[in-house]
Write a protein that binds this ligand. Structure first.
Ligand code: FAD
Length: 476
């Protein structure tokens, strides 16, 4: 860390809590503990603020928005009588504006907070666990309890030849000073899907490849529809393939894949690996300190965020679950309160909304039909194409669908997914419905404002029992 405010570490004895990792989970844990009156040692290594603000949510979402603006202008002709065109005049200026936003938010949401909480002492350096606390920069920081929040980093795909080619990660792709002419994106998870569409809209010829399907955790209807929309925009999407080898030549990279039993070489100037993230645990001395890891390498925690060592907790991406920034912050808070006050809080992700910032956006909460069936529910589903939602018709953009999952016996809502331009905002209504145990009938009876995307939830709820095509305006 070079640009960070650093208060004098306390000279007295032990801290109540040591937090290792100054990203979203770490800051949340440290602030929560300081608000409880605890003395906290927060140890950060690398750029303060961690993934979200520096190389994740913030830089990716501002670039995705810029790409949407470009696309939006070009898509104006879907309204008769309109035409539009937008161009990149200065890629460097766009990248600089993104960097400026990152710097501003890092300062406001992380660095400035250190001085706002006198109970937090910041230490700069790579920490490792040790008896009675943590070791950092050759000194021992003693603490009663410790929370590990060291996050995760882009993983390298296990494809022969990958070591011999220059490859981009989500981090380095967002730092490119020149837009690549062509790009292969390996991985159909949310990072791969978001960045693939962003680069394509910016003007790069993009091929996205995935072993299974795009967004494998999403409902099959959602995944299939998104694949179609990306293809409609000109992206090449190859799914259900096996990777054989990566090669390099003077024009760029070649990815040899096997599709339907035959080998094919896909070529591009650059390749971006988005095949998952590896927990940052190296050098922490976990084993020596009795902290167990799962087979994935992530630190195993129980519902109270405790590791296998009763005075050490973990939260955020390093635990390998729910890799979203708000879940990292939530986990950090639960861990801090449990560490300080006795283990009374349970990490509850049952109404966790999630969003994929493609266009149309994908958002969901609760169980999919398949996971609900696997959990033993007698499942009923409702699938509403977006052309049944007046908002979509008015916007002349009916790409998308809404799928709701409910318990056939009780009618209680179990989950749902939305593929729609404003899915990210609409999903929160469904999250509240799930949190409060609503039935599909009750959701269908609620008042929703007319000509909104979220009104689609009401229509999808009604569609369990009715043909919504025969309803009048406002689902009346
Ligand atoms: C491209 C991309 C886009 C994303 N978009 C979104 C989004 O739109 N919405 C969303 O909710 N989530 C998004 N995420 C996920 C989100 O960024 C992460 O889930 C979140 O930042 C994880 O927070 P964390 O605190 O667990 O880890 P981090 O923020 O990574 O913090 C961990 C910190 O610990 C430090 N550290 C590591 N080892 C040590 C050590 N030994 N000692 C001290 N410090 C150490 C690291 O350097 C880092 O600073 C995105 C991620 C990526 C990659």
């Amino acid at each position: 860390m070079t640009d960070c405010y650093m208060p004098e570490p306390k000279s007295h004895g032990a801290y109540d809590l040591a937090v290792v990792g100054a990203g979203s989970a770490g800051f949340s844990a440290a602030i929560t503990a300081a608000e409880q009156g605890a003395e906290v040692a927060l140890v950060g290594h690398g750029t303060i603020g961690g993934t979200c603000v520096n190389v994740g949510c913030v830089p990716s979402k501002t670039m995705i928005r810029a790409a949407e603006v470009l696309h939006g202008a070009r898509a104006a002709s879907r309204f008769p009588g309109l035409s539009g065109e937008a161009h990149i005049m200065d890629w460097g200026a766009l990248v600089a504006a993104k960097d400026d936003l990152v710097t501003t938010l890092r300062q406001r949401k992380y660095i400035d907070l250190l001085s706002a909480y006198p109970g937090i002492s910041y230490f700069d350096g790579a920490a490792c666990l040790t008896t009675g606390g943590v070791a950092v920069g050759g000194r021992i920081v003693r603490a009663g309890k410790t929370i590990i929040t060291t996050g995760a980093a882009p993983g390298q795909p296990d494809i022969p030849g990958f070591d011999d080619v220059p490859w981009l990660t989500s981090t380095t792709a967002l730092e490119l000073t020149d837009l690549p002419r062509s790009l292969i994106v390996i991985g159909g998870g949310y990072v791969g899907c978001e960045l693939a569409q962003m680069f394509a809209r910016m003007g790069t010829r993009v091929t996205i490849v995935a072993r299974s399907r795009l967004l494998p955790e999403a409902e099959p209807e959602v995944s299939e529809a998104l694949t179609g929309y990306l293809r409609d925009e000109g992206l090449m999407v190859h799914v259900g393939l096996a990777y054989r080898q990566v090669t390099r030549d003077e024009r760029g990279v070649g990815l040899i894949v096997e599709i339907d039993g035959r080998e094919e070489t896909l070529r591009a100037e650059q390749v971006l690996a988005a095949t998952g993230r590896t927990p940052n645990t190296r050098g922490l001395d976990l084993h020596k300190n009795g902290v167990q890891r799962a087979d994935s390498g992530a630190i195993s925690v129980d519902a109270m965020m405790r590791t296998s060592n009763p005075i050490i907790y973990a939260a955020g991406d390093v635990t390998g679950r729910d890799q979203f920034v708000y879940m990292a912050a939530y986990g950090g808070k639960v861990a801090a309160l449990n560490a300080l006050n006795g283990d009374s809080l349970v990490y509850d992700n049952s109404a966790m909304p999630w969003v994929v910032f493609n266009d149309p956006q994908v958002a969901g909460v609760g169980l999919s039909a398949a996971t609900a069936r696997n959990a033993g529910y007698d499942v009923k589903t409702s699938v509403l194409p977006l052309d049944q939602v007046p908002r979509a018709l008015a916007a002349r953009d009916a790409r998308g669908l809404i799928k709701l999952v409910a318990d056939a016996g009780t009618d209680r809502l179990l989950g749902g997914q939305i593929l729609a331009p404003e899915a990210a905002d609409s999903v929160q209504t469904l999250a509240v419905a799930l949190k409060t145990g609503m039935t599909a009938k009750a959701l269908g009876e609620m008042l929703f404002p007319y000509l909104t995307t979220v009104e689609g939830l009401k229509l999808a709820a009604l569609a369990f029992d009715k043909n919504v095509a025969t309803l009048s305006c406002c689902a009346g």
